[in-house]
Ligand binder design. Structure first.
Ligand code: NI
Length: 135
């Protein structure tokens, strides 16, 4: 019997979406306001879900305190109040779209979640735009 447990988290970050190999008009055409050369911020909302069997002794799928601390150390401390393009290694050569941020978050968390559990990351860039990655 598998159960999915979820934890919400939040971070603010700045980014710019553009490609160096495209000219200004092409970047504006594709990325619109997100191509602002002066960067802009988003209030990202994150939902991390872990799916697995309920442990017979604890009644937990995963200790939520452990998940909370993991998200704090691996994601919030890493991304909160950062300029993603400039300060986060992964985005020096990768556009910090919500899609790519979700994949990076998933990869960072996956290393710390037991293989017996499935991991899903949902990242809201705005209240209406969100992406899901589960590996
Ligand atoms: Ni943006």
């Amino acid at each position: 019997m598998k159960v999915k447990v979820s934890r919400k988290a939040h971070f603010n970050a700045a980014h710019r979406l553009y490609r160096k190999d495209w000219d200004d008009s092409k970047n504006t055409e594709i990325f619109g306001k997100c191509n602002n050369p002066n960067f802009h911020g988003h209030n990202y909302e994150l939902v991390v879900s872990v799916t697995g069997e309920i442990d017979a002794e604890t009644g937990f799928v995963m200790d939520m305190k452990v998940l909370k601390d993991l998200i704090k150390v691996e994601i919030e401390d890493y991304l909160d109040h950062k300029n993603l393009n400039i300060e986060v290694e992964e985005f020096k050569s990768l556009n910090p779209t919500a899609e790519n941020i979700a994949v990076i978050i998933w990869k960072k968390l996956r290393q710390h979640i037991t293989k017996a559990h499935d991991l899903e990351v949902v990242l809201y860039e705005t209240p209406r735009n969100f992406v899901t990655f589960s590996g």
